[in-house]
Structure formats: C-alpha cells, structure tokens
Write a protein that binds this ligand. Structure first.
Ligand code: FAD
Length: 420
C-alpha cells in the first residue's frame, strides 16, 4: 500500500502522540499518520511510576533543569513552551485528574493510579482527531533526502513532506523501543551519542554488604568525585545481591554511566549526624560494646556486618570489646566507614532494565526551538531518542511531552508558512 500524508509520526509513545495531537489542535487540515511498532500505544508509558504514571513533577519549571543530566540547555525552549503546569491543565482538560505527592519528591501521579486510563484517553483523542494509526507497524527503512520523504514498513510505503521520529530509547526493548532505527539514522548522517543505561542499580566489588540484600537505608548521602564537580545525591538506598539500588543509587548511575567500571562512589550512612556527635555516640557508654552504643542509629544487621568487616580489615576485634578499650585510631577508621564508605563500581544495570536511555541523536543536529533536524528540512525528533535524560521524579515524561509539543507547534508553523 502507498499513501501520502502531510505528516508521518513514527512512534506511538508520549512524545509522538503529543506531537500528533498538538498538530491537530492547531491545524485541522493536515493529514496525519502515526506509525507504531507495537500492537498498542504507549507500552512504556503503561509501566511508568509503578503503573501509576508519574507524568511530571510539581517543582517550579526552573528547577527541572537541575534534574536533567545531559544537555539541559537544549531543553530550555521546549520545557518553557510546554511546562508541567500546562501538562497538568491538559490532563484535567482531557477529563483525567492528578494527585501531587509533596513528601514524595513532589511527584505528580494520575489520580486514578492507572496508566491504562491515560492511554485510553490518548487513543480516543487520536481517533477523534482523525489521525490514522498504523499498529504493529515497525518502520524498517526511510528516505529523507527528497522533499517528499518516504517511510517503509511491512508492505506499506507512506510519503510525506514532514516526518517526526519519536521512537524512544533502547531501554526496555520489549516495550517496542529497541533503538534499531538509530543505526539507519546514523547512515543518513546523524551523530548518535552512544546509548547508555540510565537510572539503574549499581553492582559493586565490595562483598561485605551482600548479606544485607533487601535492607533499605533512608536519607543517606551518596557522592562521587567528577573531574568538573562533585555529584551529591541525598535519598534512600537498598542493598542488593550484587551491590546497591534504590532512588539515590539509580540517580547516581545516570552520572557515572559514561565510564562506570571501577568508578569510586562514597556513602555517608548518617549525613544528619556530624562526625563529632557520632564519636560521642559510639563512646557514650564506655562499658558497652560499639554495637550497643550504635543501636537505634543504624539497623542492627548493618552494624554487625560493618563491625565484622572493619575488624577483619584492622585485624582487631571491635565486636566483643567495651568501647572504652578501643583505640581512637580504630574508632576513627570505623567512623570513616560510616561517614565516607567507599564502594567500587563493578558494573551498572543493563539496558534491558534501564528506566531511561542516555545518549541518542546528538542535540547539535536538532534545532532546540523547533525540534527540526539541522540536516534534513521537514524532519523532526522528540522524546527519549534525543541525547537528553533526566533523574527520576516525572522529568523524563515531561521532556517527552514538551519536546513532542514543541515539534508539533513547529510542524504547524511550517505548514502555515508553506500554505501562504
Ligand atoms: C519501567 C519504567 C518506568 C518509568 N517510569 C517513569 C516515571 O514514572 N516518570 C517518568 O517521567 N518517566 C518514567 N519512565 C521513562 C519514560 O517512560 C520514558 O522516558 C518515555 O516513555 C519516553 O517517551 P518517548 O515517547 O520518547 O518513547 P517511548 O515511550 O519509548 O515510545 C516510543 C515508541 O516508538 C515505537 N517505535 C520504536 N521503534 C519503532 C519503529 N522502528 N517503528 C515504529 N515504531 C517504533 C515504540 O514501540 C514505542 O511505542 C519509565 C521508564 C520505564 C522503562
């Protein structure tokens, strides 16, 4: 089958859907096709926020940029053109509602707690907008060089003067975003910044924490030294069979994923207690053991394993002795292990389980005010496939919606300019 459109959107995730709906909102004439590899739309969206859809964050939009790990400046135009307030308003306009979790990092979730509701509404809006949706249609080839671009999948060939790619990253490939088109785009002259897993657990070389798998610690400080600046993240961690996980660790993984192997990360397990206070605490009752004096401050099994490991390293038994009998230098060594415990990265989680893909189409080849390619006129990009990524908290979905909106607006502008 061969058909001509005014716009072909490749990818039925939040970025592609938002772009298609934005074009329709401001232009009722354009013939639009949305081509989706999966049998349903928004397969990754369905999994977000643990199925509750943490679609944005309630912080002021200026603070979003601090949550962007790569290429924050590229996102100025799109995030300011379509903000978190705009997205929340649109959600309400579409008959959905949201709830703000102030004490959960200001995350904004769908009130119903069901991403399925969101996907149903998006699908209804696309149908109402008269957009042709091609399900189960993985784009396998395209030609972007002519004014009329062509997109090929199964036995279809669609042509259009404008094509938007919103194919997502490479993570969770079972949701449809396998990143295979990156290679083709590379062949057409696009620089692909090597895709890397973001927001993943970290495997560590140290083994003493292994028996703690499943234990969480709240409000710790995780940091690493970077060539340019120190990266510090407060939050919860969880010990895993291979190392470390939990929100603070997932965030840290996004900062070290360019060169993770053997990177050193440090944890202050008690950032709200100064070293002097902690010293007083471990010596609070000289007749008692360190284990007793630390009780209630850290989990018992954590204290036990830490003291065993420190005793092994020092060649001195810290477990059985009264704290008054322990030399100051050995207490100092223990305090270092609580306030600046060093962990060496063995590896980071795989792309299969990454919440987000870092890397993608180079931002240098995309105009940030329109999302239009700097190589091919009439070609646009949106969402996670661009070399931008952010921390957890609803920022990645906001980026997908904002860049989709920005591209949609620019496509309308171009169509208007050409019709004059
Ligand atoms: C488990 C999990 C939880 C997450 N939770 C959150 C969260 O709570 N908050 C948040 O902000 N972010 C979250 N994210 C990240 C967020 O889901 C993504 O950043 C977002 O979905 C990106 O949107 P997108 O439209 O760019 O790409 P995608 O959602 O990946 O959509 C791309 C679409 O393109 C299609 N496609 C790919 N290749 C082709 C092709 N060749 N032909 C046709 N179609 C193609 C795919 O099938 C897919 O439907 C989570 C991610 C995961 C994996």
């Amino acid at each position: 089958m061969r058909k001509d459109y005014d716009l072909i959107v490749v990818g039925g995730g939040p970025a592609g859907i938002m772009a298609a709906l934005t074009v329709r909102r401001f232009n009722s004439d354009l013939e639009i096709a949305l081509v989706e590899a999966g049998q349903s739309l928004g397969q990754k969206l369905r999994m977000t926020g643990g199925g509750r859809c943490n679609f944005t964050n309630n912080r002021p939009i200026e603070e979003f940029f601090d949550m962007v790990v790569n290429n924050k400046k590229f996102l100025y135009s799109s995030l300011y053109s379509f903000t978190n307030e705009d997205l929340k308003n649109l959600i309400r306009k579409w008959g959905l509602d949201y709830s703000i979790e102030e004490d959960n990092d200001q995350k904004v979730y769908l009130k119903s707690g069901k991403t399925q509701d969101f996907i149903r509404v998006l699908e209804e809006k696309l149908i109402d907008a008269g957009i042709d949706i091609y399900y189960g249609s993985r784009v396998e080839d395209f030609d972007l060089d002519e004014e009329k671009k062509s997109v090929v999948f199964s036995d279809h060939l669609l042509t259009s003067k404008q094509v938007l790619f919103a194919i997502g990253g490479k993570s969770y490939p079972k949701t449809g975003s396998d990143g295979k088109l990156y290679g083709f785009l590379g062949d057409k002259g696009y620089d692909i910044v090597s895709p890397r897993p973001g927001l993943v657990p970290i495997d560590i070389r140290e083994t003493w924490t292994r028996p703690l798998a499943g234990i969480s610690l709240h409000n710790v400080l995780v940091w690493t030294r970077d060539r340019k600046k120190n990266i510090e993240i407060f939050g919860d961690i969880i010990f895993t069979h291979k190392g470390l996980g939990g929100p603070a660790i997932l965030k840290m993984s996004s900062y070290i994923n360019k060169n993770p192997i053997d990177k050193e990360i440090f944890i202050d397990f008690l950032p709200h207690i100064s070293r002097d206070e902690l010293y007083r605490q471990v010596q609070s009752d000289g007749k008692k053991s360190l284990t007793s004096n630390l009780k209630g401050i850290l989990p018992n099994n954590f204290i036990k394993l830490l003291l065993e490991d420190v005793s092994f390293e020092l060649g001195v038994d810290l477990v059985g002795q009264a704290s008054a009998n322990i030399k100051k230098q050995n207490i100092d060594f223990l305090l270092d292990r609580i306030k600046q415990s060093k962990f060496t990265v063995k590896n980071i989680g795989s792309m299969e389980t990454a919440t987000v893909t870092a890397g993608g189409i180079s931002t240098k080849q995309i105009n940030p005010s329109s999302m239009e390619s700097r190589i091919h006129q009439g070609v646009y990009f949106a969402g996670e496939m661009i070399d931008v990524d952010a921390l957890t908290g609803g920022f990645n979905l906001q980026i997908a919606f904002s860049t989709g909106y920005m591209a949609g607006m620019a496509i309308c502008e171009n169509a208007r300019a050409k019709s004059k």
